[in-house]
Design a protein around this ligand. Structure first.
Ligand code: HEC
Length: 150
C-alpha cells in the first residue's frame, strides 16, 4: 500500500514535469503553430514520396521507401506536443481543445498506422506497403475531416 502510494506520487510528479516542459518549449502560441505545421509539412513530403510509388508514379526502391517510412514514423510522434492549451490557431479547429480525447485517439490511430507502414516498408513487400499506406492515409484524412480547417 505504502509502496503503491510512493509510486503514484512519483508518477504524478513525472507527469507534472513533462507537462511543464511541453509548455515551456514554446514561448508564444505562434511558435507552437509553426512547429506543428513544419512537422506536418516534412512528414507529408516523405509520405507523398511513398504515395507516388504506391500509385505507380515512381519506381519502387526498397531503400527509399524504408527511409521515408522511418521519417514518417519518427515525425508522427512530434506534432501533438504543440497542441497545448492556449495554442489555438493556424488551420486547427477549436474541437481539438473541446474534444481533446477524440483528437488524441485520432493521433494514436495514425501513429499506429504509420508504425505498420514502417514495418511493411522494411519487409520489402510492395503489396503490404500499398495496404499499409492506404490505411495510414485514411487516418490522415479522418483527422483532417474532423479537426483541420479546409
Ligand atoms: C490527429 C489529427 C491529425 C492526423 C492524424 C494528421 N493530421 Fe495533418 N494536420 C492536423 C491539424 C490539426 C493540422 C493543422 C495544424 C495547424 O495549422 O495548426 C494539420 C495540418 C497538416 C498539413 C498542413 C501543414 C501546414 O503548413 O499548414 C499537412 C501537409 C498535413 N497535416 C499532413 C498530414 C499527413 C500526411 C498525415 C498522415 C500521415 C496527417 N497530416 C495526419 C491534424 C492531423
Amino acid at each position: 500500500m505504502k509502496l503503491q502510494k510512493v509510486i503514484s506520487f512519483g508518477l504524478a510528479g513525472a507527469l507534472t514535469v513533462s507537462a511543464g516542459f511541453a509548455f515551456a518549449q514554446f514561448q508564444k502560441p505562434e511558435d507552437a503553430i509553426k512547429y506543428r505545421q513544419s512537422v506536418f509539412t516534412v512528414l507529408a513530403n516523405s509520405f507523398g514520396k511513398i504515395g507516388a510509388v504506391v500509385k505507380g508514379e515512381a519506381p519502387y526502391n526498397k531503400d527509399e521507401v524504408t527511409k521515408n517510412a522511418a521519417v514518417v514514423a519518427t515525425l508522427s510522434t512530434l506534432p501533438w506536443q504543440a497542441f497545448g492549451q492556449g495554442t489555438e490557431g493556424g488551420k486547427a479547429q477549436a474541437d481539438i481543445w473541446s474534444d481533446n480525447a477524440k483528437f488524441k485517439a485520432a493521433s494514436e490511430k495514425m501513429q499506429l498506422a504509420v508504425a505498420n507502414l514502417n514495418t511493411a516498408a522494411q519487409s520489402g513487400d510492395l503489396e503490404s506497403i500499398k495496404k499499409a499506406f492506404g490505411a495510414a492515409g485514411a487516418t490522415c484524412k479522418g483527422c483532417h475531416d474532423d479537426f483541420k480547417k479546409k
